[in-house]
Design a protein around this ligand. Structure first.
Ligand code: CP
Ligand code: NVA
Length: 311
């Protein structure tokens, strides 16, 4: 039996595969322009497939975009919160993975602990997709890079400035640097710097990642500025974070230091008035709504890859 195609982290993927997924997503999006959301793509690469979606944490975008995605591919989805499953009463990850492997064709999981997604994949005979963990959010970053490229052309050689917490979403940006050839400058307070394992991985692959505590230096001349919440799901030190991250708010004066054609991205949900101002969120450089929509398009191509197509 061939090994299932898991989509767990960008650092595990070939750069060529990520590029193929991005191009497939752009083509799928163009091909269905103006169609109602429920119409199935002409090639229906998910025909006869069932996707299970399991959530240990809250979600709006990941939940609806994966469900819409599998429908547009011609397949069907089943969504469950982990607390409604026996998983929430102590059934093991491995046993759950073995059972679902007999019932559905792929599983998307949003988990509290990254290790749990890894364990699920190890025990699973069907593809497993990481829909966000405490350590990474790979689907989000492909949607972000697709959005950037739609507006600013190839990301290779460009500079992306991450401003704020060096968190799970930041980690997936770090994982993508070497694979897709862009430069990432992370501005964060020293206490909330990125995971050193991710920085080491990027360095091994000659990924261009710089870390500074100066948001102004990070943003100067950048092609893209990215923010995310200062308090991620599962973070307990709310007040400390707000205090340490306050100098890292993305406001228009910070955006004005970037390249004049720079775009603003945020995976959402945003905390307006904390990590980003209304002026930037709703301003002409903001691509946040395209970015949210592109979750559907890119996840369709991730699913199609998991089902054996794309590349
Ligand atoms: N960006 C993102 O993953 O959003 P949700 O938490 O709403 O799924
Ligand atoms: N960093 C945020 C992203 C939410 C989509 C979190 O993990 O809560």
């Amino acid at each position: 039996m061939t090994a299932p195609r898991h989509f767990l982290d960008l650092w595990r993927m070939e750069g060529g595969t990520l590029r193929a997924i991005l191009e497939d997503a752009k083509a799928r999006k163009a091909a269905r322009k103006g169609w109602p959301q429920g119409r199935v793509d002409a090639d229906a690469p998910g025909r006869d497939r069932v996707l299970a979606m399991i959530f240990q944490k809250n979600s709006t975008r990941t939940r609806f975009s994966f469900d819409a995605a599998i429908r547009q591919l011609g397949g069907q989805g089943i969504i469950s919160s982990s607390t409604d499953m026996q998983l929430g009463r102590g059934e093991t990850i491995e046993d759950t993975a073995k059972v679902l492997s007999r019932m559905v064709d792929a599983v998307m999981i949003r988990a509290d602990r990254h290790e749990d997604v890894e364990r699920f994949a190890l025990a699973s005979t069907i593809p497993v997709i990481n829909g966000l963990t405490d350590r990474s959010h790979p689907c989000q970053i492909l949607a972000d890079l697709m959005t950037f490229e739609e507006h600013r052309g190839p990301v290779a050689g460009k500079t992306i400035a991450w401003v704020g917490d060096g968190n799970n979403v930041c980690a997936s940006f770090i994982h993508a640097t070497a694979k897709l050839g862009f430069r990432l400058v992370v501005a964060c307070p020293p206490k909330y710097h990125p995971d050193l394992r991710d920085l080491a991985r990027a360095a091994e692959e000659q990924g261009r990642v710089e870390v500074t505590d100066d948001p102004h230096a990070a943003v100067r001349g950048a092609d893209c500025v990215v923010a995310d919440t200062w308090v991620s799901m599962g973070d307990l030190d709310h007040d400390e974070r707000l205090e340490a991250l306050e100098p890292y708010q993305v406001d228009q004066s910070l955006m004005d230091l970037a390249d004049p054609r720079a775009v603003f991205l945020h995976c959402l949900p945003a905390h307006r008035g904390e990590e980003v101002t209304d002026e930037v969120m709703d301003g002409p450089q903001s691509l946040v709504w395209d970015e949210a929509e592109n979750r559907i398009h890119v996840q369709k191509s991730i699913l199609a890859w998991c089902f054996g197509g794309v590349a």
